[in-house]
Each structure stands twice: as C-alpha cells, then as structure tokens.
Design a protein around this ligand. Structure first.
Ligand SMILES: [Fe+2]
Ligand SMILES: [Fe+2]
Length: 245
C-alpha cells in the first residue's frame, strides 16, 4: 500500500458517515485479540485509510500522524509497550481535530478517542484493546490534561509531544503561526523577558508558553532523552534568532 503523503486541508476534521473498510479481516494471530479481530497489520491499513481521508490543520495533517506513528513504534519497541494498542492509537490519535482557537479544543482528544473506539469496535477489535486505545488517545493531548495510566498511553503522548520539538516542531510552530496570521515575534520584548508569554501574539511566544516546557512532561525514559536533545535545538534556534534580531 503506498505510504501516506501530507494532507493539508480545512482546519476541522469531523466524524463522517459510512467509514470505508479497505483491508480484509483476517483471523487474529496475536494474544489479546479475539478470533475475529483484524490482525495488527490489517488494522493498521484500515487506520491509515481513515487518516488519509481525514482533514487536519497545518500542524495536524497526515504527515504529522505518520511521524507520530513511526516515533510511537520506535519508543514502544524500546519501552516494551503493546504494539496492538500503540498502532491504532497512534494512527487515530488526531482523527478528530478542533481548531486551536475553538473553545472546544480541550475536548478534541476525547472526541477522537470516542470516534476511534467506535471504529475499532465496528471492525471487531477486542473490547479490552479498544478501551486501552481509547485511553491512550484521550490522554495524549496537552490541553486535555488527562494523566496517562498505561505504558501505551505514555508512549503515544511522548511520541506526539516529540513531534512538537526539534526541527520538525520548530517548523510546525512557524507554519501554524503563519497560517493563523501571527508574526514571528512580538516587536516589543520578542523573547518574553519582561512580560508573561502569550501565544496569541507571536510564534516565538509559543516556545515559552508550551514548547520549552514539554521535555519536563515526558513520560518515558526514551522520550525524556530525545526531548532533552530536541529542546536544546530549540534553545539554540532562539539564541541565533536573538543574535540576528
Ligand atoms: Fe492531538
Ligand atoms: Fe498529534
């Protein structure tokens, strides 16, 4: 199946009627899945098709999801998390997105979790796995503030947050700010030295309201280590920007 390309579209993705079921169901070959459950490979193909058909904002497009899936699989392999939970949770974690400036934004991950649970249930996935996926998705969000209770939820949250750091995170931040009509910096006090940061004002403000603090919220040892390196990169970008300004 061809790999997913980046999808940029309108800023809201809502559940649709008549979800396609692109991959055939095979008998389960992994523990924890019922005899009629799709295998993890078949499930991944179905999830990928949902993401391919979906719409997200500039920072939550299909390319973001593909990166989060790859990072989540890598972290899961190191941390020993269940791949049959990680794969659907990572693919569907943003299957409902809400614009950043909407007052419903804190509900987005719960809405995505409900939609994912409905999809997985309709595909015959074991209810125990469905509920683990549902929790991992609802807990991934920064704004929802739901503490992750399982290793799989911690891995998905870390994978999603790592995509907000490093060169990718820096690019996403600037692209989203540009799409929302925000300037790079606030002209007076660009680096928030004598005022509280306010990310409605500029892209660089968002570093101080969120990005630089993400490393301290990481849930796994591997995620923490990668976040530390990627945050160092953001700090060096700010230093260079300061010297140029
Ligand atoms: Fe999200
Ligand atoms: Fe995400």
């Amino acid at each position: 199946m061809p790999r997913l390309q980046a999808q940029v579209g309108p800023p809201e993705c809502v559940p649709r009627k008549g979800e396609a079921l692109p991959a055939p169901t095979r008998r389960a070959t992994i523990p924890g899945m019922s005899i009629t459950s799709p295998t993890t490979d078949a499930l991944e193909a179905r999830c990928e098709a949902i993401v391919r058909d979906g719409r997200g904002d500039t920072a939550h497009d299909g390319a973001h999801v593909v990166r989060v899936v790859a990072t989540a699989k890598r972290l899961a392999a190191i941390e020993g998390a269940r791949m049959d939970v990680i794969v659907p949770a990572a693919w569907l974690h943003d299957c409902v997105t809400v614009p950043k400036d909407s007052r419903n934004r804190p509900l987005a991950s719960r809405m995505a979790a409900s939609r994912a649970a409905a999809l997985l249930s309709s595909w015959g996935v074991d209810p125990a796995i469905v509920s683990q996926v549902e929790h991992a998705i609802e807990a991934h969000s920064f704004t929802a503030g739901i503490p992750p209770r399982t290793l799989e939820a911690r891995v998905v949250q870390d994978a999603d947050r790592l995509d907000a750091l490093g060169a990718v995170g820096l690019s996403r931040c600037l692209m989203l700010a540009g799409a929302m009509g925000k300037p790079l910096t606030s002209p007076e006090d660009p680096f928030c030295e004598s005022r509280p940061p306010d990310d409605t004002r500029s892209a660089v403000d968002h570093f101080y309201t969120k990005l630089l603090g993400l490393a301290g919220t990481m849930q796994t040892a591997t995620g923490r280590e990668e976040a530390r390196r990627c945050t160092d990169f953001l700090r060096s970008f700010l230093q260079q920007l300061r010297s140029e300004l």
